[in-house]
Design a protein around this ligand. Structure first.
Ligand code: FEO
Length: 402
């Protein structure tokens, strides 16, 4: 089958790869529509690649590149972001393109040095820097923390194409690739935003302000459809979602993930939730996570400013769903969030310490907890209710300080 290469503008060609088989991204994000790893070739006087693709797609990617250019003629490889779904082929590429210079932010260059054993030449760029390609120009735009500290955007000035990597992207695989040819993917766009970008909403808004003055014809993201007809809609949606994320009363949202073997921990959870909700402005999301999807848990963690984890102690240990929960707590994002624990136990109650220690190691601000022996009695439920009240008051106090 002939490789699919698509023209985006006079000198830009899409040279990405389509991954229909991806089931989860970054191990936690469900990708029921697959994804695309978008790389772009700029056929200017000086030849450029914008990002690469995931390493497992190297044979297909190499074929595409060789069909367009002698790799020795590639002058620059621009990395707007170095996560391996975009930088995965850089090592292979440098072997066949020894003259290529990596272009990225200082963080991107540092991360790439850590990721690849191959040595490379690099240019570190800042906001507003330009590189002439002879007949056209690349301009770099500061857009950090979307969703790594290394991110930036690249604008092909004369052709008005903006390359944004993860921003304005979606995990959505469709060979037609252009927004006006691909069927409805708004739910995929929203899910991608919620999981990948929403925690960085304030940086999204800053990036949107940076690109507002630009005369844009096409937004070429790193995943999903190329936005040649509807880029304004997806920028506006990103702005709307970001504003909602910042303005919603999520500062006072408490997420209570728990598991319960005989519903004793569950009863305790309900009593704590009642105590929390007795205080004004507190929203509680109570979830039995025994069968929950990690992507959904991750999204709830991102939206919460308070996290109270419940688990019974069984055989001197806590249960697997809670260890999976710990795996998706992100200290970069969740650091300092108010946290607590609860659960029932029969003998020595090791779970109490395990919950506390894990949450503290993950940089959450652990306050207090409530644990009961076997089944909670009325007095225990009163304690749990009071615990919920105290936690809510502390959260309100903390929010007022910010
Ligand atoms: Fe698509 Fe953050 O990588």
């Amino acid at each position: 089958m002939e490789d699919n290469i698509l023209r985006v503008s006079e000198s830009v060609l899409w040279t990405g790869c389509i991954d229909h088989d991806l089931v989860t991204f970054d191990v936690v994000m469900e990708t029921k529509y697959g994804t695309t790893y978008n790389s772009y070739f700029i056929d200017a006087d000086k030849k450029v690649l914008i990002e690469t693709v995931k390493e497992s797609f190297w044979p297909e990617y190499e074929r595409k590149i060789r069909s367009l250019v002698d790799p020795a003629d590639i002058q620059y490889i621009v990395l707007n972001h170095t996560e391996p779904d975009h930088s995965g082929c850089v090592g292979h590429l440098l072997e066949i393109a020894p003259n290529a210079v990596i272009v990225g932010t200082g963080n991107a260059i540092r991360y790439l040095h850590d990721m690849t054993p191959v040595s490379f030449k690099s240019i570190q760029v800042k906001d507003g820097d330009e590189i002439s390609l002879g007949n056209t120009t690349l301009r770099f735009i500061s857009a950090p923390n979307l969703h790594w500290p290394d991110t930036m955007y690249t604008y092909l000035v004369e052709e008005r194409v903006l390359f944004t990597c993860d921003s304005f992207g979606a995990h959505y695989a469709d060979e037609r690739m252009f927004d006006d040819l691909v069927d409805h993917w708004d739910d995929s766009f929203k899910y991608y935003f919620d999981v990948i970008l929403k925690p960085f909403s304030k940086f999204m808004l800053r990036a949107i302000e940076r690109i507002r003055p630009l005369d844009i014809r096409v937004i070429a993201p790193g995943h999903g459809p190329i936005l040649r007809s509807s880029w304004k809609k997806y920028v506006e949606l990103s702005e709307k979602y970001s504003l909602e994320a910042i303005e919603l009363p999520q500062k006072l949202r408490v997420y209570m993930p728990y598991v319960s073997a005989y519903h004793n921990t569950g009863v305790l959870a309900e009593a704590i939730a009642r105590g929390l909700k007795s205080k004004p402005g507190i929203e509680v999301v109570l979830e039995d996570i025994e069968h929950s999807n990690l992507g959904e848990i991750d999204m709830q963690l991102a939206m919460a400013s308070g996290i109270i984890v419940g688990c019974p102690t069984i055989n001197q240990n806590i249960l697997l769903p809670v260890y999976r929960l710990f795996a998706v707590i992100n200290p970069l994002r969740d650091r300092g969030k108010l946290a607590g624990g609860f659960g029932s136990y029969g003998w020595s109650g090791e779970g109490m310490k395990m919950i506390r220690t894990n949450l503290e190691n993950l940089k959450l601000h652990y306050t207090d907890d409530v644990f009961v022996k076997f089944a909670p009695h009325d007095i225990d439920l009163e304690k749990a209710f009071a615990y919920g009240e105290r936690f809510a008051e502390e959260l309100i106090r903390k929010a007022a300080e910010n």
